[in-house]
Ligand binder design. Structure first.
Ligand code: ADP
Length: 237
């Protein structure tokens, strides 16, 4: 479980988070939505300790993240842009990440799932964007941690890889894990998310089911509901 209370963050004079309150629990898939620049990645990076908050508190499974950094071992994170050293080969990168985490993960089933065997001895610089993303997904899912955070996981994936990703996420949920996703792909969110967390002007505008959001906006789909919210808030869109 992750609990965020009254989270504030400024970058220079720009107030990105203005008192964010979110509580998310195990066994559910949450989609964090909002216009570009609304602070989705900043929230995720703050949970991970990669961005330092100005005010507020975050606890993971009841422990304040400022008091103990060991909670990070319980989180698997897929970054939006993974800047891995381009000269490393795929198998070297996998080994390096395993060594850093000190964890005996078994990546073989994931490598087979995404068809990455032919790429293991290739340098990361020579891979296409979609293949890099598959490698990124292997690195994220191989550790089997109770919390999984995915920043734009569908980026560059072909339809087959997309199906595999959806199945992986469903299996992850079935294990009782907490999954937090940011995505711009509306159909993906509609299909996968149990709850939507909608961020506008640095605060949470809505948290709840898709049906609830449709009711609140008097719309019939996530696409239309989001369009309505964004048109009503042109200043942030
Ligand atoms: P989102 O993920 O919703 O697109 P971000 O959290 O990445 O939004 O960014 C929110 C705002 O904060 C943007 O205007 C972005 O330019 C700014 N921002 C994010 N990180 C930094 C940083 N390290 N330094 C300065 N500004 C930043």
């Amino acid at each position: 479980m992750i609990e965020i209370k009254d989270l504030h963050k400024k970058f220079g004079k720009q107030e990105v988070l203005k008192g964010v309150n979110i509580s998310v629990e195990q066994g559910k898939i949450y989609a964090v939505l909002g216009p570009n620049g609304s602070g989705k990645t900043t929230i995720i990076k703050t949970i991970l300790g990669m961005v330092i908050k100005d005010k507020g508190s975050i606890s993971v499974n009841g422990i304040d993240i400022e008091k103990n950094a060991s909670y990070r071992n319980d989180i698997d994170y897929l970054p939006q842009i993974a800047n891995f050293p381009g000269n490393l080969k795929v198998h070297e990168l996998i080994k390096m990440i395993k060594d850093i985490r000190g964890n005996d993960a078994d990546e073989t089933p994931l490598i087979e799932l995404f068809g990455l065997q032919p790429f293991l001895k290739k340098k990361l610089n020579n891979l296409s964007g979609g293949t890099k993303q598959k490698v990124n997904l292997v690195l994220t899912f191989m550790f089997d941690s109770p919390i999984v955070i995915l920043d734009e996981p569908t980026s560059g994936l072909d339809p087959v890889a997309m199906l595999h990703l959806k199945n992986l996420i469903r299996e992850t949920k079935a294990k009782g894990k907490l999954i937090l996703i940011t995505s711009h792909i509306i159909s993906f969110v509609e299909e996968m998310a149990d709850e939507i967390i909608f961020l506008l002007e640095g605060t949470i505008y809505y948290k709840g089911t898709l049906e609830g959001l449709n009711e609140k906006t008097e719309e019939t789909s996530l696409e239309r509901a989001m369009a309505k919210l964004l048109t009503a808030n042109k200043s942030v869109a």
